[in-house]
Every structure is written in structure tokens, then in C-alpha cells.
Design a protein around this ligand. Structure first.
Ligand code: SIN
Ligand code: MN
Length: 266
């Protein structure tokens, strides 16, 4: 699946792109049915919610499960990634982020590059985060919310937003972005297009989402009765690889083998 020109223009303008219904219901069933077994493993690659025994993140999935190993090389994910970054890409991280019904856990405002730069010594914000919705995502079950255009400054250069270390809000420490930065970017987005300062990435299960490393995003609590699981794979150019090697492999994989279809996809 190649992104068309409109889709390429959209992701470069907004910093994120939704691809509705990229996978069928039966393909999503085959992935989702693996989750309870993966969640039941008590290992470091499963991170629990702050105040419960529910798994919030289950990581290293392509190393732990054959079906997820097949997903990460699916051309529907790899081809768009290679179009956006036409060079060898390695898999930096895979996970499912889960929000149980009525879960209070949130993801605070952040950009992924703040975390990649500080935690892993990544030099440039070139990683791509590629999601697949394993459940319908609506406005009530904790959708990921983006500030359109927050990835770039006025002159179109990628922004390295200021960050602070937040290990209080959830069980997973994040280099988060403070309220002043968020307010500034919300106002800029509102000025660009009135009524579109925040967009919730909603869609049916099987939809996909791609976003850039500097795009500001967060997700609120799940206030509904419906669970929300989203698969995420972060890919990064081998030429931009980690220079700090202190995090465990499930948080940043050290295997630099490029995605297999690099040669054919571009
Ligand atoms: C979420 O799953 O709600 C947040 C994911 C992210 O920050 O990439
Ligand atoms: Mn993120």
C-alpha cells in the first residue's frame, strides 16, 4: 500500500495520518486473541497500570509472538514507512498499549523524540510511530489526541520541544511537555485552522495511524465500558541509531537488521 500524494501532504502538514480500515476484522481477531496470554506473562516487558494489576503496555511483541512478528513486516505498514523514510529502518520498539474499561491511566502531553533523544541518544527526530487499532477507538475510550502541525516550527524545521521528567502521572516515566508549550502549540494550531487545535485519532478496529517523532500527542482516561488496545511499532533509520545503550532491549531493540522489504518498497 503506497501513500498517495494527498496522504503524503496531510502527514507533512499535520504530523500524523489516519489510514481507516487498513486491516480486516478477521486479521485483527487473530492478533487480539493473542493478548490475554501475553498479558498473563509476568515479565519486565509487561508494564502494569499504576493502581491495578491490568497490563498497560506489553512490549517486544514481534519477539514474543509469531503473529505480531508477521505484522511488523506487513507491506501495508512497511511500504508507507519506507516512502516517508527511504533508507534502511530498524525496529526500535513494538508494543500494545492497553486501556481497560474505565481505566484512569492517561498519557500526558509529550513528543516521542524527547524520550528517544534523552533515553537512547537518538540524534535526529526521524523515527516513525505506526499504530494499528485492535479495538474501535472513539472519543470516550482514551483516543490519542494530536495537535496538528505541532511537529514543525514556522520555517518547517522539526521542533525539539522542551521536556521535563514525569514519573508521577503513570507507572511509566515519560519525558513530558509542560502546559506552556502545549498552550503555545494549541494557539498556533487554532490560528492555522479555527476549531482544529486538537484532533482525536478515532476509527474502527483495523485502522492505522502514522505519526512523526516531534508531533505533540497525549491520551485521556478511558471513561467508557469498552477496552482500547492499540498496537504500536516505532521504526528508526539505521543511520540514526541509538547512541546510549542503557535501556533494556524491550524498550529499545538493539538489533539493527533493516525491515526486509527495504529494497522493494521504495
Ligand atoms: C497511547 O497509547 O494512548 C499513547 C501512545 C503514545 O504515546 O504513542
Ligand atoms: Mn508517544
Amino acid at each position: 500500500m503506497h501513500l498517495n500524494q494527498h496522504q503524503l501532504d496531510t502527514i507533512h502538514r499535520d504530523g500524523f495520518l489516519l489510514l481507516p480500515s487498513l486491516f480486516s476484522n478477521s486479521e485483527i481477531d487473530r492478533l487480539s486473541e493473542r493478548l490475554p496470554a501475553l498479558w498473563s506473562e509476568r515479565c519486565q516487558a509487561n508494564i502494569l497500570e499504576k493502581d491495578s494489576d491490568t497490563v498497560r503496555m506489553t512490549l517486544a511483541l514481534h519477539k514474543r509472538d509469531k503473529r505480531f512478528a508477521e505484522l511488523v513486516v506487513d507491506p501495508r505498514l512497511v511500504t508507507p514507512a519506507q516512502q516517508l523514510r527511504p533508507e534502511p529502518l530498524y525496529i526500535q520498539q513494538t508494543k500494545v498499549n492497553n486501556k481497560a474499561p474505565n481505566s484512569k491511566d492517561i498519557w500526558q502531553w509529550h513528543h516521542d523524540f524527547g524520550n528517544h533523544r534523552i533515553n537512547d541518544g537518538i540524534a535526529r527526530p526521524l523515527a516513525l510511530n505506526i499504530h494499528v487499532f485492535l479495538d474501535d477507538v472513539d472519543h470516550f475510550n482514551g483516543p490519542i489526541c494530536f495537535i496538528p502541525g505541532s511537529h514543525v516550527a514556522k520555517d518547517d524545521t522539526l521542533i525539539d520541544h522542551n521536556v521535563f521528567y514525569d514519573d508521577q502521572t503513570s507507572s511509566f516515566a515519560v519525558w513530558a511537555v509542560d502546559d506552556d508549550v502545549v498552550k503555545h502549540r494549541l494557539l498556533a494550531a487554532e490560528k492555522r485552522q479555527a476549531g482544529r487545535s486538537i484532533v482525536a485519532a478515532t476509527g474502527v478496529r483495523g485502522s492505522a495511524l502514522i505519526f512523526f517523532d516531534t508531533t505533540l500527542h497525549c491520551s485521556p482516561a478511558n471513561i467508557s465500558l469498552n477496552k482500547r488496545s492499540i498496537f504500536s511499532m516505532i521504526v528508526n533509520p539505521v543511520s540514526n541509531k541509538y547512541t546510549i545503550d542503557t535501556r533494556p532491549d524491550h524498550l529499545h531493540h538493539k538489533d539493527l537488521t533493516p525491515l526486509p522489504n527495504y529494497a522493494v518498497a521504495v
